[in-house]
Design a protein around this ligand. Structure first.
Ligand SMILES: *Cc1c(COP(=O)(O)O)cnc(C)c1O
Length: 387
């Protein structure tokens, strides 16, 4: 038998610490490894396979489009791209959409738009973006600069200038950082994902939105991980009663194909013009056809189920032996365990449950449509692993 793990170790760049498992196929929230062992997928490819593996409706949409046209460049109109932009705007009240391929790229677009908006409105020295400590916004040199975690920065200097970081949930610190640095925008994740699944305080997010509106500083909400139904609302900002000027999203929107989007609000809809931005693969018809099938099914009924399933996981794990606390919202859940999170995840893997970590927490991002019985089985395994 070909040793795929050995080939991977020899030829794929060493950027990922992989688990010693080769996954070959799956259905819904169950995946199979090379030996036919079954795992319940509580990570969904880091919040990507929103409706699980090989979802029939998503597959039909993708294959249907594949049989027609797989790519045509942005020099021409295609139906999936236009219809997906329309659906995103109708469901959010945002006005326009730029499509790209990843979360980092969606954030790059939001940052460029914010800089141009501020430069035109206030002057070229209004370019700074305020982000929060412990945030995560991507791996490109600019989104790395936006990411408020110094250990990601150290070996890649100089990063893109023009980013300052303020402590989360400290409105006065954000205001001071924004005013002292002539900020173009404040950028937040409503729930810090990679940072440990930490939801920002409601009053803080509201305060940031009010301050930004009053000062004509743009509010960028990074919904790459929190978006597309993950928290029990279509976008996490909808839990907070605020209206962002720019929203970036990716991960779950494509259901497993690469797709990112930057949504522009009332103020920002006209800021980018011809030639200001682009992406060869952006708005790819196959990715967009799949996304139409995903987004079209994230309705009130599904969102209520996400909330209900999230509540179940919270109540099952909160107070369980070996569990210190549970954080997050909907099906974006962080579990602070007494044992090191990595040990718990390893034990779960051995028992046939795939989990993620985020900082010192076990992170759970199951498919939005994970069946209740499957979820219950996974939770029992996780509980046992925490003991
Ligand atoms: C994953 C993530 C990103 C980066 O997305 P990529 O698709 O890996 O570029 C950005 N922001 C947040 C909040 C994320 O969770």
């Amino acid at each position: 038998m070909t040793d795929i793990k050995a080939i991977d170790k020899e030829y794929v760049a060493n950027t990922y610490a992989r688990f010693p498992v080769q996954l070959v196929s799956g259905k819904g929230s169950v995946v199979l490894d090379e030996n036919g062992k079954e795992y319940i997928d509580m990570g969904s490819g880091i919040g990507v396979t929103a409706f699980g593996i090989a979802d029939e409706e998503w597959k039909a949409a993708v294959i249907g489009q594949l049989n027609k046209l797989q790519h045509m460049s942005n020099l021409y109109y295609t139906e999936p791209c236009a219809k997906l932009a329309q659906m995103l705007c109708e469901k959010t009240g945002m006005k326009k959409v730029f499509f790209c391929n990843s979360g980092g790229e969606a954030n790059e677009c939001a940052i460029k738009a914010a800089r141009k908006y501020a430069a035109e409105k206030k002057g070229a020295d209004y370019f700074t973006i305020v982000t929060l400590w412990n945030s995560f916004h991507g791996r490109t040199l600019t989104t790395l600069a936006a990411t408020g975690q110094e250990h990601y920065h150290e070996l890649f200097q100089p990063l893109t200038p023009g980013f300052v970081h303020a402590p989360a949930n400290d409105i006065e610190a954000v205001k001071a950082a924004a005013l002292e640095n002539k900020a173009a925008a404040v950028m937040i994740e409503c729930i810090q994902g990679e940072g440990g699944v930490i939801a920002l305080d409601k009053d803080f997010v509201k305060g940031v939105a009010e301050f930004c509106a009053a000062e004509d500083i743009l509010l960028i909400v990074d919904e790459v991980q929190t978006g597309n139904g993950r928290t029990g609302k279509l976008y996490a900002y909808m839990n907070y009663g605020v209206q962002p000027d720019l929203v970036s999203t990716a991960k779950g929107i494509g259901g497993g194909l690469p797709l990112g989007a930057c949504l522009f609000g009332e103020k920002t809809q006209s800021v980018l013009g011809f030639g200001d931005h682009g992406s060869t693969f952006g708005g790819n018809p196959v990715s967009c056809a799949g996304a139409l099938s995903i987004l079209g099914r994230i309705d009130d009924k599904l969102l209520a189920q996400v909330k209900e399933k999230g509540d179940y996981v919270f109540s099952a794990l909160q107070g369980a032996e070996g569990v210190e606390s549970v954080s997050g919202m909907g099906l974006m859940i962080g579990v602070k365990t007494v044992k090191p999170a990595g040990d718990v995840v390893k034990a779960c893997l051995e028992q046939g449950v795939l989990c993620l970590t985020a900082k010192d927490k076990v992170r759970l991002l199951p498919a939005l449509n994970i069946p209740m019985e499957t979820l219950q089985k996974a939770v029992e395994v996780i509980k046992a692993a925490c003991k």
